[in-house]
Design a protein around this ligand. Structure first.
Ligand code: NAD
Length: 470
């Protein structure tokens, strides 16, 4: 079934000219389908199609674009069951989470449709009027990761279109089919060339980043790849939005109500098996509550049902790929060798799937790779602290700055600590929550630019000031 999803250039399904590659089901570690691969000549065709479509699409009215985005949301909703199934098969997450991802895709599309792009009046005097307009940029290249593939595709594509740009999108080779299907559905609604989709294993991303007709790249993925893209983008001064890696710290303040927060800490650490950019990845707990909270987290971890995302009642799926599976296993083994305690976990199913049960690592400390490095998987190190100032310093010692959190009963106190964290979003008594109306992005090595809300939309525009002498 999934072999039928094809790439789309200028509104037409096309066969890949560069062969094909296997896509693996993470619950079995076996290939389940082949995905066709585009050649660099096909990338040029797609960019040319988007460039031509831009000539008319940029002049379409706001009402027209709003109406089309709502139609797309309707179509995603109508195909929700199919899209969720594709996500589980190639990404691995449990079906209810995949359904939530599709629901998020619909919600973000509708919210983005309704945003306005107003003209601002900078001066309006007797002799002069200065207006600030927001124009679309041109062809936008979207390069996607494999963790929330459909939702992130929507995060990239919808605001680009709403602002009047056209798009060439490239999914991760690990999870291509949901994006191919999304763009196919979109092409039933949009004019030809407005959204094009290509897949391949490795050459397209760099070629997009250096393509002289692509005016902006929106990228979500790892920091090293973001750095490659930034270097390539210099040639034609592409605009960039870079949503990169995170190693978010969370601080539990002394006296916190542990019964009230333990479940929330667990869920936001292990959201999507921990493969979430803004998951809580390092937990700092005051020594007075360290054992008690650790034990609560270990108990919740042991209650999880680990298995294939399609299996009824499963709360915890496999990691998405072999690289991530090997990395998390290595970080756990190294932590153990460094003196941390690896606590007993839930059982994992037999077979070759990339399963690692949620693992709480206690007696963890700075200097262990599981603390210092982004794990992006099903492991959470818990670190004891004595002094809140020291906990803040440890959280901020990371080169990343995506999110952070403070957990405690005294909101004013928590907010004081939150204001000290070097990150794009600081949550209080929560973590990893992203919303269509709240701008989201990182600082330091987690990238720059924001997505969502009005600010996110404006990243897909360029300012033109019109200076009128009356
Ligand atoms: P990745 O960087 O390995 O790959 C992402 C995409 O980049 C893929 O489509 C890949 O084919 C492409 N790519 C690879 N090399 C390229 C190059 N040289 N030039 C251009 N494109 C290239 O990332 P991943 O492993 O898919 O995703 C995991 C990472 O993404 C984690 O670090 C995670 O924190 C981060 N992430 C960040 C956010 C955020 O919003 N900040 C969201 C999700 C994931």
């Amino acid at each position: 079934m999934m072999n039928n999803y094809s790439m789309i250039i200028n509104g037409q399904s096309v066969a890949g000219e560069a062969g094909s590659f296997a896509v693996i089901d993470p619950a079995t570690a076996a290939p389940f389908a082949e995905c066709q691969a585009a050649s660099l000549a096909q990338l040029n065709q797609a960019v040319d199609a988007a460039d031509t479509a831009f000539n008319t699409w940029q002049h379409s009215s706001h009402d027209e674009r709003k109406a089309l985005l709502h139609k797309i949301a309707d179509s995603i909703e109508a195909h929700a069951a199919e899209l969720a199934e594709v996500i589980v098969r190639e990404q691995g997450k449990p079906l209810p989470l995949a359904q939530m991802e599709v629901g998020g895709a619909v919600a973000w599309t509708r919210y983005t449709a309704e945003l306005e792009i107003p003209v601002e009046i900078v001066e309006d005097s007797e002799n002069k009027r200065i207006e600030m307009h927001r124009k679309p940029i041109g062809v936008v290249g979207s390069i996607l990761p494999w963790n929330w593939p459909l939702m992130i595709a929507v995060w990239h594509i919808m605001p680009a279109l709403r602002a009047g740009n056209t798009v060439v999108v490239k999914p991760s080779p690990l999870t291509p089919f949901n994006t191919l299907r999304l763009v196919e559905l979109m092409n039933e609604i949009l004019p030809a060339g407005v959204v094009n989709v290509l897949a391949d294993e490795r050459e397209l991303g760099p070629a997009m980043s250096s393509h002289d007709k692509i005016r902006k790249i929106v990228f979500t993925g790892s920091t090293p790849t973001g750095q490659h893209i930034m270097r390539s983008a210099a040639a034609n001064l592409k605009r960039l939005t870079l949503e990169l890696g995170g190693n978010d710290g969370g601080i539990v303040l002394p006296g916190a109500d542990l019964d009230a927060i333990a479940e929330g800490i667990f869920q936001t650490s292990f959201l999507n098996m921990g493969q979430t950019c803004a998951a809580l990845k390092r937990l700092y707990v005051h020594e007075s509550q360290y054992d008690e909270l650790s034990n609560k987290l270990i108990a919740i971890a042991q209650q999880q049902k680990v298995g294939s995302g399609f299996e009824e009642g499963v709360s915890f799926g496999p990691l998405q790929n072999k690289m991530q599976y090997d990395l998390v296993n290595r970080l756990i083994a190294e932590a153990k060798a460094d003196g941390a305690t690896i606590n007993e976990t839930a059982d994992i199913p037999a077979g070759n799937g990339y399963f690692i049960a949620p693992t709480i690592v206690t007696n963890a400390c700075a200097g262990m790779a599981v603390v210092d490095q982004e794990q992006f998987g099903s492991v959470l190190p818990v670190i004891s602290y004595t002094d809140v100032e020291d906990a803040i310093a440890q959280v901020n010692a990371s080169e990343n700055g995506l999110g952070g959190s403070v957990w405690g009963a005294d909101i004013d106190e928590a907010q004081k600590v939150a204001s000290r964290l070097e990150c794009g979003t600081a949550w209080i008594n929560g973590h990893a929550e992203v919303l269509p109306h709240a701008p989201f992005g990182g600082c330091k090595m987690s990238g720059f630019g924001v997505e969502f809300g009005q600010e996110g939309l404006l990243e897909y525009t360029t300012i033109q000031v019109v200076n009128i002498n009356r």
